[in-house]
Design a binder for this molecule. Structure first.
Ligand code: GLC
Length: 449
């Protein structure tokens, strides 16, 4: 789930970046210039520029306030009068979004031309020819604009499939007012957070202690990865070909998650929560602590929120005895090109713009407040000062999901379904950990889409 701010073809040669850069677009636009013969009464011939229309499939980046997608399209079209971008709204749940695209693109559809896709898709999309290998069409120098590690995460078997668009990572949001009144420092361990959250609930200071994404969906995997990385656990081996899930460490994580509910620190319904439910509870003043992505700060400060001026942000805690801070999962979204798109030059132009300084500054500034992927924008002190989560970025530790394996959807499903049943109390933590381990084994060798 994304957001609740309130989300093969050939044709290289001439279309390669070298021919495309600045002069290339002139060629493209030149090619798009058509001669129009006036009615027979006049022999005059006029020239009119034809517009290339590209379709951009993207889920809403926020569910309230101005639409970042539209702001970027407007800025792009202003700079590129020959190209029109048609927005096609995609489902907000990342799993549904992916399933729709897989059906569309594997069926050979030429549209959408470009799609905003999750950072976990390059393995599956690259292995099955569902995205254009951008590194075959863009020079190496293009990829230098991105903050370190992002291009690697957008690659599969040596080719880059996604242009990093914005990054997400998990943070701990807390109610400054409630913690100050209770003389509680910001918790640095998960155990302390559980105690503090349960205490605040018992003392009727707040309805819920800690809310997070515990639902049976991709976001559940993101949350699981954070706790599991804190135990030192790994899901796949170094070549991403075998499951190395540690059952004892997994049991520790699942027992802890279940204890959040049984201790009263988290509401029973947290096993159904995706980003919107967790965000809404926090924004309505019903929760003391929230785990959510970076956009949650600006959402919590948007008009209509009941916690304006009361929210602090910190890196995620870790388990007692482990070095603070805990791990944040790497989320975020890339731009991919449909391999069947017939508008590749315009697609590349759009990607070049949206990952460049102008567009990345727009997305980093309020009210959007996304973590930019463009290294120079991200390093700009004026940008860093704009959003409290940005100031915490350098203190966080990151863990990716095991998405380099093309069967990642099944891998993730093995993680989130078992995490969820342990959280809900329908399976014991150790039975759920064992089930996760055996399902991961078969998921890794699954060859379907
Ligand atoms: C956010 C993240 C994405 C993740 C999703 C899970 O949108 O950016 O990477 O898969 O949440 O709900």
């Amino acid at each position: 789930m994304r957001r609740t701010r309130a989300y093969r073809s050939t044709g290289r040669g001439r279309r390669r970046w070298g021919a495309f850069g600045v002069g290339g677009m002139v060629a493209v636009m030149g090619a798009a210039t058509v001669s129009v013969t006036a009615p027979s009464t006049s022999a005059a011939v006029t020239h009119a520029a034809k517009t290339t229309t590209i379709t951009w499939w993207a889920s809403p980046i926020s569910t309230s306030g101005p639409d970042l997608r539209k702001a970027l399209i407007t800025a792009f079209e202003k700079k590129n009068p020959g190209i029109t971008v048609k927005l096609q709204t995609a489902p907000t749940n990342t799993d549904t979004n992916r399933a729709d695209l897989v059906t569309t693109i594997s069926g050979g559809a030429k549209s959408p031309d470009i799609f905003m896709g999750d950072v976990i898709w390059p393995g599956q999309f690259g292995a099955h020819g569902l995205a254009l290998p951008l590194s075959k069409y863009l020079p190496k120098s293009f990829f230098k604009r991105f903050a370190s590690g992002l291009v690697e995460g957008a690659s599969y078997k040596g080719q880059v499939y996604g242009a990093p668009f914005f990054q997400d990572q998990g943070f701990l949001y807390y109610r400054k007012d409630l913690l100050a009144a209770a003389h509680m420092p910001v918790p640095k361990t998960w155990e302390q957070l559980r105690t503090d959250a349960a205490t605040l609930v018992k003392q009727h200071k707040v309805k819920y202690g800690f809310v997070f994404e515990g639902g049976s969906y991709e976001g559940g995997t993101c949350n699981f990865m954070e706790y599991y990385a804190d135990t030192g656990g790994k899901v796949l081996n170094a070549t991403d070909t075998q499951s190395v899930l540690n059952v004892a460490k997994t049991t520790k994580v699942l027992s802890f998650l279940r204890s959040l509910v049984t201790s009263g620190a988290s509401p029973g319904a947290v096993d159904t929560f995706q980003e919107p439910q967790a965000m809404t509870a926090f924004q309505n003043g019903q929760a003391a602590f929230l785990r959510n992505w970076d956009y949650a700060y600006s959402t919590s400060q948007a008009s209509g929120s009941k916690v304006i001026g009361k929210v602090g942000v910190a890196p995620l805690p870790t388990f007692a005895g482990q070095p603070y801070p805990g791990y944040s999962n790497i989320g975020g979204w890339n731009l991919y090109i449909n391999p069947h798109s017939v508008n590749r030059a315009a697609d590349l132009k759009f990607i070049e713009f949206v990952t460049g300084p102008e567009a990345q500054t727009i997305e980093a500034r309020p009210p959007f407040s996304e973590i930019p992927t463009n290294a120079s924008v991200r390093a700009n002190p004026a940008i860093k000062r704009l959003n409290p989560p940005f100031a915490v970025l350098s203190r966080t530790k990151l863990v990716p999901r095991p998405a380099q394996n093309p069967n990642y959807p099944k891998i993730s499903q093995a993680i989130y379904t078992n995490m969820n049943s342990a959280l809900a109390g329908s399976t014991s933590p150790s039975a759920a950990a064992n089930a996760m381990a055996s399902q991961l084994k078969s998921a890794v060798s699954n060859t379907g889409l």
